[in-house]
Ligand binder design. Structure first.
Ligand SMILES: Nc1ncnc2c1ncn2[C@@H]1O[C@H](COP(=O)(O)OP(=O)(O)O)[C@@H](O)[C@H]1O
Ligand code: SF4
Ligand SMILES: [Mg+2]
Length: 326
């Protein structure tokens, strides 16, 4: 069975000044042991998507569609069931999560917390598990007795990953897990995440604005623009041979993993992403698109088959991708 399946997922924030459709009709699947990268500029709806998976959205968000985790819809689960699912089946590592650690509690106690809450281990058994988890993320056992301020940013992010792994989840959702780290540390944390998911057969959804980070870590990529998936397919195909002009612009903007120069000034991406409260008509990308046609301003484009139809599925939402090309 597919580990995670999103069917026509939509999230709208209700605001005093109107509705913000942040995620619009996203359908995606993830198998156990597979890593899916979700890319897109700031405001494209990535974090909203991540939060919706565990029903962590604020109250003003309304959600429709289906989020099937092992075939069970997260959106209709009881609160009790949802509590059990959080951490134990799926867990979240979010951007700047390192700052979410409690400064006055020992690291070992914080890693043991999800084990205790879910009744998975206490006392000496929990301490053994904490040691094992610290080792898995490349930290010595004695760190358990220390406090977060004694750690570097990269080490704190490793602690967050240890916490996410604590209850042996089947799915980890990592929202910009390395964005706040410097390049060297970013590469180390990415290779750690990669080896952990391969070893444990965990499904990973990794979110970043940096396409090269995702291409180096994930099997498949989904590129989001204005709340929609505009291209999805095998990482290499999307990164080096993107069929949607936006994917190509993102690949050009972030050519090398963690390159600080491209982080500061992404090349090839003119203009700003649209405000979801005032989306352009037709293809949302048309005001920035270098190859737009007149029809793009009025006619929306659905995802079309973009690969040759023989390999893994590859789709893109652009008029230049014709179904006949397969
Ligand atoms: N709590 C909220 N209330 C209203 N709008 C929100 C809220 N959170 C996010 N948004 C809006 O939803 C859109 C998508 O945001 P987000 O999911 O954070 O994108 P990303 O993670 O790709 O940067 C943005 O326009 C953002 O302003
Ligand atoms: S549909 Fe038109 S505007 Fe949209 S990406 Fe393709 S060419 Fe550009
Ligand atoms: Mg975000």
């Amino acid at each position: 069975m597919t580990l995670l399946e999103l069917r026509d997922l939509a999230v709208t924030y209700r605001g005093e000044t109107g509705d913000v459709p942040a995620v619009r009709g996203v359908s995606l699947g993830l198998e156990a042991g597979e890593a899916l990268g979700v890319a897109g500029e700031s405001g494209s709806g990535k974090s909203t998507l991540a939060m919706s998976l565990l029903r962590l959205l604020p109250r003003n968000a309304s959600v429709s569609g289906e989020i099937l985790l092992d075939g069970e819809d997260v959106l209709t689960m009881s609160w009790g069931r949802l509590r059990a699912v959080r951490w134990a089946s799926a867990s979240l590592v979010f951007q700047g999560a390192q700052h979410a650690l409690n400064p006055v509690r020992r690291i070992g106690d914080q890693i043991a917390e999800p084990l205790r809450v879910h009744g998975m281990a206490t006392g000496a058994e929990a301490r053994r598990r904490v040691t094992e988890l610290l080792e898995q993320v490349g930290l010595p056992a004695w760190r358990a007795r220390g406090y977060p301020h004694e750690l570097s940013g990269g080490q704190r992010q490793r602690v967050m990953i240890a916490m996410a792994l604590a209850c042996s989840p089947r799915l980890i959702v990592a929202d910009e897990p390395t964005t706040a780290l410097d390049v060297m540390i970013q590469a180390q944390v990415l290779s750690l995440i990669r080896s952990l998911i391969a070893e444990h057969g965990i499904g990973l959804i990794m979110i970043s604005h940096d396409l090269s980070v995702l291409a180096s870590t994930c099997d498949r990529l989904a590129v989001m623009y204005a709340g929609r998936v505009v291209e999805s397919g095998p990482s290499r195909e999307v990164f080096t041979g993107g069929r949607h002009p936006y994917s190509r612009a993102l690949a050009e903007a972030f050519p090398t993993v963690g390159d600080p120069a491209s982080r500061m000034a992404p090349k090839g991406l003119g203009g700003d992403p649209p405000d979801p409260a005032h989306l352009p008509t037709g293809c949302s990308f048309h005001p920035r698109c270098p190859v737009s046609l007149v029809s793009c301003a009025s006619e929306p484009v659905e995802l079309r088959v973009a690969g040759d139809g023989t390999g893994a599925p590859h789709t893109a939402a652009c008029v230049h991708v014709s179904e006949e090309s397969r």
